[in-house]
Write a new protein. Structure first.
Lengths: 117, 495
């Protein structure tokens, strides 16, 4: 049982749950975006970890190296990172607009204002 | 020559037109380009479906890279049909958009609006056409990100919070899908759906595969607004601009249903999904609850747009029921309901958009006496409502008929009764609108300023969709025929 060898996956789980908890529990919209980012980052690590081949090196052909890590998950996650950046940017833009419209970024205060109107 | 590249054109045309819209800057020009692009997309989709029906599934290798290494676009009867649905709604909504958007979106944002709408169309078509699991995620995010933007363009400030809420839920859903795809890649080393389908059965017992299955189901369920995961939908539909509501209501959830179909039946296979994981124990109860709870909630809404949004969640319940039966009849019901509900709900939301154009509101009480002032619009609404209820000679009847048959085939009387009860609840909420619009006098005084019929450019698309709900309710050979083929294909028999 090489438990320490798989510690990446434990980090993935911890980060995933942390991010998810932040999204669910925080009422502050900016903090929700932070949580969402942590959540997505855990998936990046998941993909990067699965591409690693033990003893493998970066996948660049060179003399004296036989084992290479799998580059495909790394390339895939590059796309997902871009998607994550776009999501964060859009989320932040929405928060700015919400702040302009409501004067607050707290979910409960926004709800109060909506009910009052 | 060009016919060989139709699958690529299907995506490339709207994808390239989107940034061009932004470069054109002027709203009118951007609209014209978007119109051409959406009609071209419809032409591609129809040609592809014809080709699939004539010669069987089409496999297109993007950039000439052979699958499973390259990305493959694979069109069979299932996604060929969904492509036509999405493209048809896109093509119907575009001509309508001009007047409606002019009224509901600030002038300087028109070009951006059409860019986002085309990107959303591209994303939805892409999700449907692709045969690669990771490519599906990328297209899903293209469509999701642009739909957040579109919803946030609503006039009400609540549109912003609705878009934000959808962004959070949608991102969690999409991330779940990536996790699922990642786990599948871990055990199989492939992303191509057909390749996955071949390699998965030997490792069906693996816990990683079960986890992947769970993540994919929940992720797609979030995008689908499957019953307990539907909280983002009512606000998003209620406060988005009318065009966006009509477009998303008719396409986005349909594409999510397709994702479920594709993963359950093609990638994991019927045996895995329904014998090892016993998915029907999950889907049928959720479908039943969605129909009963959301139809009831719809009755108590004061905003007609919100009411229709809740009814959409209930309709998703019917589709999920069909998947849960996992029989040819059940799947036929689901697939035909994809088409039928897209036409019905699209038509209803477009009719409502005409009302909003003239009244500036979708509140129930503001509709008083509208049956006489906007007769064509309201009559379209009534016909759409009849289809939602499932009255014979409308498409709604066809879907429910097939679905009830599928339920009885499994001896499930309870579910059949629920489907009928759902129709009764639909009568109640549609009747509330009819009563206000036809049986109450128009308000007196200043509010009684003459309200004219909506412009033709909006009425024609509305009536095209409503006309389709009647036409395909009478002549079912086309829709039912294709749906049945698609269902057999998913279950593994025939093309």
């Amino acid at each position: 049982m090489d438990a320490p060898g798989l510690y990446n996956y434990w980090i993935v789980i911890v980060l995933m749950m942390t991010g998810f908890y932040v999204v669910v529990s925080r009422g502050n919209l900016v903090k929700k975006i932070v949580g969402l980012n942590i959540f997505q980052t855990s998936v990046f690590i998941l993909y990067i970890s699965m591409g690693k081949v033990s003893g493998g090196t970066a996948p660049i052909l060179a003399e004296g190296f036989e084992t290479y890590s799998n580059p495909l998950p790394h390339v895939l996650i590059l796309t997902a990172i871009v998607v994550g950046v776009a999501t964060t940017a859009l989320g932040c833009a929405l928060v700015v607009r919400i702040k302009e419209a409501y004067g607050t970024v707290e979910e409960d205060e926004i709800q109060l204002q909506d009910e009052a109107s | 020559m060009i016919a060989a590249h139709l699958p690529a054109l299907q995506i490339v045309v709207p994808l390239v037109s989107a940034p061009l819209c932004l470069l054109l800057r002027r709203g009118g020009l951007a609209w014209a380009l978007a119109l051409i692009a959406s009609w071209a997309a419809l032409a591609c989709a129809v040609l592809l479906l014809q080709q699939v029906i004539a010669t069987g599934p089409i496999s297109y290798h993007l950039g000439g890279w052979a699958p499973p290494w390259g990305i493959e676009y694979r069109i069979d009867a299932v996604n060929g049909f969904v492509l036509v649905i999405v493209a048809a709604i896109g093509a119907a909504v575009m001509p309508y958009a001009r007047e409606s958007v002019a009224r509901e979106v600030p002038e300087e944002q028109h070009a951006t609006f059409y860019t986002a709408l085309l990107l959303c169309l591209t994303g939805l078509l892409g999700v449907t056409i692709t045969g690669d699991a990771f490519n599906l995620f990328v297209f899903l995010e293209i469509s999701s990100l642009s739909s957040y933007v579109l919803i946030a363009l609503g006039r009400d400030r609540r549109a912003l919070t609705a878009a934000f809420q959808y962004l959070v839920m949608g991102t969690i859903g999409a991330t779940f899908i990536v996790i699922g795809v990642g786990l599948l890649y871990m055990v199989t080393g492939t992303l191509n759906m057909l390749d996955l389908a071949e390699r998965l059965p030997p490792m069906a017992e693996s816990r990683t595969v079960v986890a992947a299955f769970a993540f994919l189901t929940v992720g797609a369920g979030l995008k689908l607004a499957l019953f307990p995961l539907h909280f983002w939908l009512p606000n998003a539909y209620a406060y988005a601009p009318s065009v966006v509501t009509a477009f998303l209501a008719a396409t986005a959830t349909k594409v999510s249903v397709y994702i479920l179909l594709r993963f359950f039946f093609t990638v994991f296979g019927t045996t895995y999904s329904f014998e090892l994981v016993t998915l029907e124990n999950l889907l049928i109860p959720l479908g039943v609850i969605a129909i009963l709870v959301c139809s009831t909630v719809a009755i108590f809404q004061t905003n007609v747009k919100r009411m229709l949004a809740y009814s959409s969640i209930a309709q998703v319940g019917y589709m999920v029921l069909g998947i849960g039966f996992a029989s040819t009849a059940g799947l036929t019901a689901t697939i035909v309901h994809l088409f039928n509900h897209a036409m019905t709900k699209g038509g209803l939301f477009l009719a409502l958009g005409c009302v909003v154009l003239r009244l500036g509101s979708a509140q129930l009480e503001s509709l008083e006496g509208l049956g006489r002032r906007m007769p064509l619009t309201m009559f379209a609404f009534v016909l759409g409502g009849l289809s939602l209820i499932g009255v014979p000679l409308t498409v709604g009847f066809i879907s429910k008929w097939v679905l009830v048959q599928a339920a009885l085939e499994r001896g499930n009387w309870f579910v059949a009764a629920v489907i009928l009860l759902g129709s009764l609840l639909a009568i109640v909420y549609i009747w509330r609108v009819v009563e206000v619009a036809y049986f109450r006098p128009a308000p007196e005084g200043d509010a009684a300023a003459p309200i004219a019929e909506a412009p033709l450019s909006m009425l024609i698309p509305t009536w095209v969709l409503i006309g389709a709900t009647i036409y395909f309710g009478i002549d079912t050979s086309l829709t039912l025929g294709v749906a049945e083929r698609a269902a057999q294909h998913l279950l593994g028999g025939g093309a």
